[in-house]
Design a protein around this ligand. Structure first.
Ligand SMILES: [Cu+2]
Length: 222
């Protein structure tokens, strides 16, 4: 589907100028609307914890698809992972964790347990100030548990896989070290992704060059 679209514009590649390549900040890409939320639903009165995942399935795509013509500043902390000039991985930021009912009990936090590498994924916590890009959920040897930071947060998920990806996790209430408080039952949840395009398609698009995508965006905007 993508391939046909880009091939039809391939004639523009030779005429596109390289000068229009733009640097994209991570906050500006991958946030395709609507957001897909994993709601942390803690009811203080009943002491019950639930996890609700929106039904929409996010796509992981390379930056060249998510934001054609953009590239990351080489000094950005996510450059090595996501920049298309480095054959950046497919990624999405659509999934976000958000607490929608009561806050965690005093001296307790919401913790999220995920084993991203087991599903062919890597995960990063992106923080704007200061800009950091920290591996989480088992990525690069990080902990499999991650403390919900207290406000809506959209991690970056990346993959080199294709097709359907499913990842199971749990949300639980724990102390400051992540040890579970067994007063409260943990809430399981499942995240489903699709990774596009297929490797052959991406390789061909990469072969055609980023310049064609710049031309495509120009034409769409014109
Ligand atoms: Cu959100």
């Amino acid at each position: 589907m993508y391939l046909n679209k880009y091939l039809s514009f391939s004639g523009l590649i030779l005429t596109a100028g390289a000068a229009s390549l733009q640097a994209a900040e991570l906050s500006g890409v991958g946030q395709v609307m609507p957001m897909v939320h994993i709601s942390i639903e803690f009811n203080e009165f009943s002491g019950t914890l639930g996890a609700h995942v929106d039904s929409e399935i996010p796509q992981l795509t390379p930056l060249s698809i998510a934001s054609p013509g953009d590239s990351f500043n080489p000094s950005a902390p996510w450059f090595e992972t996501l920049d298309p000039s480095q054959e950046g991985q497919a990624f999405t930021r659509r999934f976000g964790f958000v607490s929608t009912l009561d806050p965690a009990p005093s001296n307790r936090s919401f913790w999220i347990s995920l084993d991203a590498p087991s599903a062919g994924l890597e995960a990063y916590y992106y923080r704007e100030t200061p800009a950091t890009f920290d591996p989480i959920f088992g990525t690069d040897g990080s902990d499999f548990i991650w403390e919900y930071p207290g406000s809506m947060t959209h991690p970056v998920f990346t993959t080199q896989s294709t097709g359907n990806i499913s990842l199971s996790g749990t949300i639980y209430i724990g102390d400051a070290t992540g040890a579970i408080d067994n007063t409260y039952a943990a809430a399981p949840f499942t995240l489903n992704f699709t990774a596009v395009p297929e490797p052959g398609t991406y390789a061909l698009i990469a072969g055609l060059g980023v310049l064609g995508l710049v031309a495509l965006r120009r034409r769409q905007q014109g």
